[in-house]
Design a protein around this ligand. Structure first.
Ligand code: ADP
Ligand code: SF4
Length: 697
């Protein structure tokens, strides 16, 4: 659709906006975001950013870029700009960002008291020394910087700015949000206890910021725009509060070319949809625009064009900042511009992308299966290669795996038959979306259903539980079996590798039972969680709402241990405590009797008795692969079938993102030549240097 046919309601989002010496073509601003690839996967990151350029973003940023080895946050994999040899990787990214007229920005970070330097082994340098403040509680302390150190850090920032300019960036952003950057450490009385001219009054605490902004302007002769990314509100009596931020902006409104504002900690800023709605930071940012002539950008997991317009029209924001919405749909701006609202793949707010960074893996996105595979596998968020030699594919099961497979196969041009046993599309997300706090997860099904329904080459059959004979008789050349998984009832997971003795007199339920509307509606319920992700705590909330007294038993030392990777763990534990759930940590049931469970401490083995009227086991899942094995046992080649594959949860149960990825992979690889033992993705290997002594600087 040409631009002049754009709905005029959204024109305001496409106005060019000046940022100091640069002009952004529109108000869509991809704020810095990590991706788990960083310096290890430079081309993968560059291609990922290119899709955002193609998708119409006006400004595109890198992830955190560490300016000096005295401050790095291993094990998290970000970017480095430590020496000139780091420039080419960043230049590749800047080129990709600018490929469709976006401005390219680099976020420069000096982590100070947040950087343990586990890789560089340098002594960490902090505004005020003390224990390193990280997610991993590293047993390391930082030294308090003196005036000479401050001069050094200013010079390192200046060097990084020069390298950024050489790499081709239009904007440099100094990082002082989320508690991660030294700018915030200077501003906050919690991390700045100095008594010299850099501590005490707000004017003093702001000195370093003024200096590095001035240095950057001088270094680039004003050619680059300079932005500040600051926390909207740091909690605690000594924290850099929203009121202080407002005072600071009032005093220094014209210091940067743009204010980029993000809530206090990363957990608060990137809350999941379970705990934070769209536009959750509005109260903290409203009114700040009046304090400055510079544009203001803020985030809020914005996926609704109407909400974006409201943010701008009501004077809250100038730019619509987005990290996760831009990951889930790099083409969000273009789809709004072209009026293709049904094609928008909305972020579901699950933070699986964040978990890629937290685990040192590479980030995935539940919704955008191409995320971080743009270069590694040549996948594109919205396009797939045309089909191969075959014509027809049967996909059995319409959960996230089957829906994604059917959608991508349909896009490739195959004739697809999608058979689903139940009366609804979506599989597990059709059920999980009804659980407390998980309604946004329904978007996984809604987007895919919306895409395949109009496709003439995809036929959908509901209430069609296929038998092995049905599969053979349907006459498709390829069969993908995506029949999902079911929760176990016997306590087997990580702690118990074999079933535990269970008295049939005590009712035992699984998450599937509860999602089907069964299970207790009162009395005392023991919920045993050896899954450690979201399901246990979500069901605990549901049981409390049903009137049950819930005893939450887990072998882990904290509830929902893995949700540390989705930044939810503290919120989940707080929520359970607040609603009256009793926690039994580092405990597992040894047996379940008629009215009780015998628990054992996972460290000492000491036993205790827990009275219970019912038990809910949130442990592990069994693949539903019976259909697959039954088909394989028949003469399927004789029926003209060329391949039968088991995919998604039916092969190996995992998070929803693993399921959508499996569907995409199946569709991408159909009719492709077998790669044998060759890697299924591209990767970069570090350049080997000759064995020569370290040269003087
Ligand atoms: P995944 O996450 O891998 O997509 P789900 O459990 O979400 O797995 O979805 C699997 C879907 O497969 C469910 O909707 C289920 O109803 C469907 N299904 C299971 N067995 C059959 C079958 N024999 N024929 C058709 N659909 C089936
Ligand atoms: Fe959104 Fe989840 Fe994708 Fe992250 S992984 S961008 S939170 S849908």
């Amino acid at each position: 659709m040409p631009k002049d046919s754009r709905d005029t309601r959204y024109d305001i989002l496409f106005e060019p906006i000046r940022i100091g010496p640069k002009v952004a073509k529109n108000r869509f601003y991809q704020v810095p975001h990590c991706n788990g690839g960083g310096y290890r996967d430079p081309s993968a990151v560059a291609e990922m950013r290119r899709t955002k350029a193609e998708g119409g973003w006006g400004v595109i940023f890198t992830e955190q870029t560490e300016i000096h080895p005295t401050s790095e946050i291993t094990p998290f994999i970000e970017q480095h700009l430590w020496e000139d040899r780091d420039i080419p990787a960043l230049a590749r990214m800047a080129d990709a960002m600018k490929s469709h007229g976006a401005l390219a920005g680099v976020q420069l970070a000096y982590s100070g008291v947040n950087g343990p330097n586990l890789y560089s082994r340098e002594v960490p340098l902090a505004v005020s020394g003390g224990p390193i403040l990280t997610f991993t509680a590293d047993p390391v302390q930082a030294r308090t910087i003196d005036r000479e150190d401050i001069r050094d850090i200013r010079r390192w920032f200046r060097n990084a700015v020069r390298r950024s300019q050489t790499a081709g960036f239009d904007l440099v952003c100094f990082y002082g949000a989320h508690g991660f950057g030294i700018l915030q450490h200077f501003l906050s009385r919690a991390t700045n206890q100095r008594t010299d001219e850099y501590g005490g009054s707000l004017e003093n605490r702001a000195r370093f910021l003024r200096e590095i902004v001035e240095d950057a302007r001088e270094e680039t002769k004003g050619a680059l725009a300079v932005t500040l990314r600051l926390s909207l509100h740091e909690a605690g009596a000594m924290g850099f509060s929203n009121a202080e931020l407002r005072d600071f902006i009032e005093m220094h409104g014209d210091l940067p070319d743009l204010w980029d504002l993000a809530h206090g900690t990363w957990e608060q800023c990137s809350g999941t949809s379970r705990f934070k709605p769209e536009a959750a930071q509005e109260d903290l940012v409203r009114g700040i625009k009046a304090l400055t002539t510079r544009p203001v950008v803020g985030v809020g997991r914005f996926t609704s064009a109407d909400e974006m317009v409201r943010q701008v029209r009501s004077g809250v924001l100038d730019f619509i900042g987005a990290a996760r919405p831009s990951i889930a749909d790099p083409f969000l701006p273009r789809k709004i511009e072209e009026g293709r609202f049904d094609d928008i793949r909305e972020c579901i707010g699950c933070n699986i992308c964040v978990s890629g960074d937290m685990t040192g893996g590479i980030s995935r996105c539940t919704q955008n299966t191409a995320f971080m595979e743009e270069w590694r596998k040549g996948w594109h968020p919205d396009r797939v290669r045309p089909k191969g030699v075959s014509e027809t594919v049967l996909v059995v099961g319409a959960g996230p795996t089957g829906l994604e497979a059917a959608m991508q196969l349909g896009r490739r041009g195959y004739r697809v038959t999608l058979a689903e046993a139940s009366s609804a599309l979506g599989g597990r997300v059709a059920r999980e979306r009804r659980l407390p706090g998980l309604s946004a997860w329904g978007r996984v099904a809604d987007y895919r259903t919306g895409q395949i329904t109009p496709m003439p080459n995809v036929e959908i059959y509901l209430e069609s539980a296929l038998t092995p004979e049905d599969v053979l008789s349907l006459g498709c050349e390829h069969v993908a079996i995506a029949t999902g998984a079911e929760w176990r009832r016997d306590a087997v997971a990580r702690f118990h590798l074999a079933p535990i003795p269970t008295d049939p007199a005590l009712p035992v339920y699984t998450p599937d039972d509860l999602m089907a509307g069964q299970g207790p509606t009162g009395g005392r319920v023991m919920l045993y969680d050896d899954d450690h992700f979201y399901m246990g705590s979500v069901l605990a909330e549901m049981l409390v709402a049903r009137g049950c007294a819930v005893d939450f038993v887990t072998p882990a030392a904290i509830v929902a241990d893995w949700t540390r990777n989705t930044l939810e763990q503290p919120t989940i534990q707080r929520r359970l405590l607040e609603i009256g759930v009793t926690l039994h940590l580092s405990r597992a049931p040894l047996s379940v009797g008629p009215d009780r469970a015998i628990l054992a401490c996972t460290y000492t083995g000491s036993e205790s008795v827990l009275a219970a009227d019912a038990v809910v086991m949130v442990t592990s899942r069994l693949p539903k692969d019976g259909l697959y094995h039954a088909v394989r046992a028949l003469d399927w080649p004789g029926a003209g079938i060329r391949s039968v594959k088991l995919i998604g949860d039916a092969a190996a149960p995992g998070p929803i993102a693993w399921a959508t990825y499996a569907g995409r992979r199946y569709a991408e690889e159909l009719d492709e030549p077998d790669r044998g033992d060759a890697l299924s993705f591209r990767r970069e290997i570090a350049e080997l240097l000759p064995h020569v002594p370290l040269t003087p600087a």
